[in-house]
Ligand binder design. Structure first.
Ligand SMILES: [Zn+2]
Length: 108
């Protein structure tokens, strides 16, 4: 099974005024108040570019891909939704509010 791997490198602070106009890189929805920056190629593998994602989307990526799998997807041009779990997540999250993640934490 995939090892659980916490990589602090992926959780860089983003300055508050650097609000991206782009949609979420993973699910394509508008971004909410909280925006995470995600390295499609992990920094540990030389990746420099970051893309904006929802915190819930980044967690989904973290949970489903190892660093080397991310590199394989990025270099091969394979969308992460090629992964069935991620594809199902993107469909499921499609009509949730942008800040849905905080709602799950408070609502239980
Ligand atoms: Zn998203």
């Amino acid at each position: 099974m995939a090892r659980k791997r916490r990589d602090d490198v992926w959780q860089e602070e983003t300055p508050a005024d650097a609000k991206p106009a782009e949609p979420c890189w993973l699910c394509g929805r508008d971004l909410g108040k909280t925006v995470d920056r995600f390295h499609p190629i992990p920094k540990s593998r030389g990746g420099r570019d970051t893309v904006p994602v929802h915190p819930i989307c980044r967690e989904t990526i973290d949970a489903n891909f190892s660093a080397s799998e991310l590199v394989r997807h990025a270099q091969g041009g394979i969308p992460l939704t090629d992964n069935e779990t991620v594809a199902r997540f993107v469909k499921w999250v499609a009509n949730k509010p942008a800040d849905f993640h905080s709602a799950t934490k408070a609502g239980r």
